[in-house]
Design a protein. Structure first.
Length: 199
């Protein structure tokens, strides 16, 4: 199960599913599939991250690291049309779904890329990174995403992370505090933490 969705080519047979979701006051339609995180509905953590996110004060593009089929990046790109959103996932099926879901929802300010962690955008700088990290991929991968995010953020840029307390929120906070100037828990709800770190 550990690489069920955190894998380049999910071995599980494709079985598409359609969902409708209200996010930040707008309705979106998403096609999901087997082998992609949270196929049946937008998971609580992603929804909480979407609703909690605040536009960064610095200019620049935004990264959705581990985009899955696209609910975080697409809904926020729709709300902030003058920002470009880079949507990254290691999973080929996920990036294909994200590309099609962006088109279906008429959201044009996104660039979907296959990427192991944030490798595809290293060398660029961004105003914000958002992630609902792939907990099942293990602590090294999750902390690798946090390190990559620090590397690609502008000065005063923000990293937004959703993580469950029982799945490593305290160690993620410790890791962030080692790197970032300021770390706060913006929301705690149903065991989920929304963490915001400022570079």
């Amino acid at each position: 199960m550990s690489e069920h969705y955190y894998t380049k080519n999910p071995g599980v047979k494709s079985n598409p599913n359609k969902i409708v979701a209200d996010l930040r006051g707008k309705q979106f339609q998403f096609t999901t599939d087997s082998g992609v995180f949270s196929k049946k509905e937008i998971d609580f953590g992603s929804k909480l991250l979407i609703e909690s996110f605040e536009e960064p004060e610095v200019e620049g593009d935004i990264v959705d690291a581990g985009c899955g089929y696209g609910p975080i990046g697409i809904s926020l790109a729709s709300e902030f049309p003058n920002r470009r959103f880079y949507m990254l996932d290691v999973n080929e099926r996920a990036t294909e779904l994200s590309t099609n879901n962006a088109i279906k929802n008429r959201v044009h300010n996104v660039i979907v890329m296959e990427s192991d962690q944030l490798s595809a955008v290293k060398g660029s700088v961004f105003a914000s990174v958002l992630t609902n990290p792939p907990i099942r991929a293990g602590k090294d991968v999750v902390h690798g995403i946090l390190e990559d995010a620090y590397e690609v953020l502008k000065e005063h840029g923000t990293l937004w992370v959703v993580i469950q307390k029982k799945q490593g929120a305290p160690s993620a906070v410790t890791k962030l505090e080692e790197m970032f100037k300021q770390v706060e828990t913006v929301v705690k709800k149903k065991g989920y933490y929304i963490l915001k770190a400022v570079k």
